[in-house]
Design a protein around this ligand. Structure first.
Ligand code: XMP
Length: 514
């Protein structure tokens, strides 16, 4: 049986993946295509419904994104959002023009709750508006079902044709009951049954990977982070032994991290794949010896990583595919997310490694948000300590050791960090910071232990709350969590006689220490 699918047609809006995500939250499978996609391809998907996204253009200008009007004759329900709504109105004979007053932000909208879109909603609902143009008059045959003082057509419908449009953004959090509106669209308008779940995504992706890869060989660089682990697990399920995962221990990993990765992906683990764990600790320590400048340290690690991976890739020989655990936020940040404008470039996307001999890239997680990736990981049977992992930088503990890196310092920070995480993990989930770790300051100070004078290092504890990692607040943890961890660290970790807590927000500090 064909999977029930709703298609999002991307006209260049910023929230497109969020729309897809909301639809998936309604247990309906959803895919995004550019508005430029051949309509025959869209039709062949036999969608239950189509959603036109927002976008930065003006629907009435000649070069703006548009669509073959044939789509309105398919009898497939369509919901236009923001630009999508203006485009639909413009194409079907309504009047779209520059609004006398730009509407931006939370806006109280009057709704006609007899519309299936607004079924179960209050008559007035706070909605997120962001538009310069507006629909002055709806297209013939359309009934206006929402308005604001500045926006005479905030929503309209031609229910006999299954055509609906909303000027506001139901997909963003700021629109109250927004998910309900999308839920109404997929259930009450499109008649979806809602049989899709994350395990269907996993199944579907595994099937698609099998078809794409055929009997080809795939190489995957496994970092032990959430994204690459889930990517590897999905490929392992799809193609088994055709997959080779390479995991590099650069000697800058957290305590037990290497063992955990090897346990899951290595011999006797959960998956029947080729797994290579490269012990490159000495190579990295040698290269890093005596180096104190943060940027140099990062550069050395990046370069050495490529060398090590290159050496392994040579042993493996040519492969057909290189797998990458790119996830949707990476795609958006690099501006490669379909039609939307560039925001910032990202290391995972775009810069392809030229030291591996491969033909094509596979990115099975490209459409998912982080929490969806974690969910997919659980469906694939990965242990919680892998799927729930907090972010960990590529250069690892080297940027949590101020100054030069030695194996001894790595061991100190590993031990202190393990204690700190253990204590914080005792807190209920909702009290836990977004990121928390220990860092080794390069500072030594005088202390007393027993009757002895000591002259040892100070460890700094960090705990921050953030959603985007661009700015961060200090997480205010219970004093007991901090004091217990501090006591344990000075007692259990050699060469530490002082524990400091970092109370700095980002900015001005960064989350990491270097
Ligand atoms: P900062 O220290 O810049 O960190 O406030 C923001 C977030 O990015 C992570 N981070 C990195 N991740 N490679 C990575 O993959 C890196 O070089 C790197 N540097 C910082 C950091 O852990 C935090 O989550």
């Amino acid at each position: 049986m064909q999977q029930e699918t709703v298609i999002v047609l991307d006209f260049g809006g910023q929230y497109n993946q969020l729309i897809a995500r909301r639809v998936r939250e309604c247990n309906v499978y959803c895919e995004i295509y550019s508005y430029r996609t051949d309509l025959a391809k869209i039709k062949a998907k036999n969608p239950k419904g189509i959603i036109f996204t927002g976008g930065p253009n003006s629907a009435y200008l000649p070069d703006s994104p548009t669509i073959d009007p044939e789509i309105y004759t398919w009898g497939v329900p369509i919901l236009g959002i923001c630009y999508g709504s203006q485009l639909m109105m413009h194409m079907l004979g309504g009047h779209v023009t520059k609004a006398p007053e730009r509407e931006y932000g939370k806006t109280l909208v009057d709704l006609d709750t007899s519309s299936p879109l607004f079924d179960g909603l209050p008559a007035q609902n706070v909605c997120w508006m962001s538009h310069n143009d507006y629909i002055e008059t709806a297209a013939p045959g359309f009934q206006i079902v929402a308005h604001t003082p500045n926006c005479p057509v905030a929503a309209a419908q031609a229910s006999d044709r299954g055509l609906y449009c909303v000027q506001f953004h139901p997909e963003v959090m700021h629109t109250e009951n927004g998910t309900q509106i999308l839920h109404n669209f997929v259930y009450k308008v499109c008649g979806c049954a809602g049989t899709w779940k994350m395990d269907s995504f996993v199944e579907h992706s595994v099937q698609a990977l099998r078809e794409k890869i055929g009997d080809g060989k795939v190489l995957c660089a496994l970092s032990g982070g959430v994204d690459s682990s889930v990517c590897a697990a999905m490929l392992a399920k799809a193609i088994g032994k055709q997959l080779t995962c390479v995991f590099v221990d650069h000697g800058l990993l957290r305590k037990h991290e290497r063992e955990q990765v090897c346990e899951v992906f290595g011999e006797g683990g959960q998956f029947d794949i080729n797994f290579v764990c490269v012990d490159a600790r000495d190579r990295f320590y040698t290269k890093l010896a005596g180096e104190t400048a943060p940027e140099r340290k990062r550069k050395i690690i990046g370069e050495e990583f490529i060398r090590v991976f290159e050496d392994e890739a040579k042993k493996i020989g040519a492969v057909d595919f290189l797998a990458q655990g790119t996830i949707y936020p990476d795609v958006v940040e690099s501006g490669l997310g379909g039609e939307s404008a560039t925001i910032k470039s990202h290391h995972n996307v775009g810069g392809l490694p030229d030291y591996v001999d491969f033909k094509e890239i596979v990115e099975p997680l490209r459409d998912l948000f982080k929490d969806e990736v974690r969910q997919a990981g659980r469906e694939l049977g990965l242990p919680e300590y892998l799927v729930a992992r907090q972010p960990f930088p590529g250069p690892g503990l080297a940027i949590r050791i101020i100054g030069d890196v030695t194996p001894e310092k790595v061991a100190i920070v590993q031990d202190a960090d393990a204690i700190w995480r253990e204590e914080v993990d005792k807190l209920p989930m909702e009290q836990r910071p977004s990121q928390y770790f220990a860092a080794l300051t390069n500072m030594r100070s005088v202390g007393v232990m027993g009757d002895e004078r000591t002259y040892d290092y100070a460890i700094a504890l960090r705990a921050v709350t953030t959603t985007d990692f661009m700015t961060a607040e200090v997480t205010l943890l219970p004093t007991e969590t901090i004091t217990t961890a501090a006591n344990r660290i000075v007692n259990e970790v050699k060469n530490i006689n002082r524990v400091l807590f970092d109370y700095t927000t980002k900015p001005p500090a960064t989350i990491e220490f270097e």
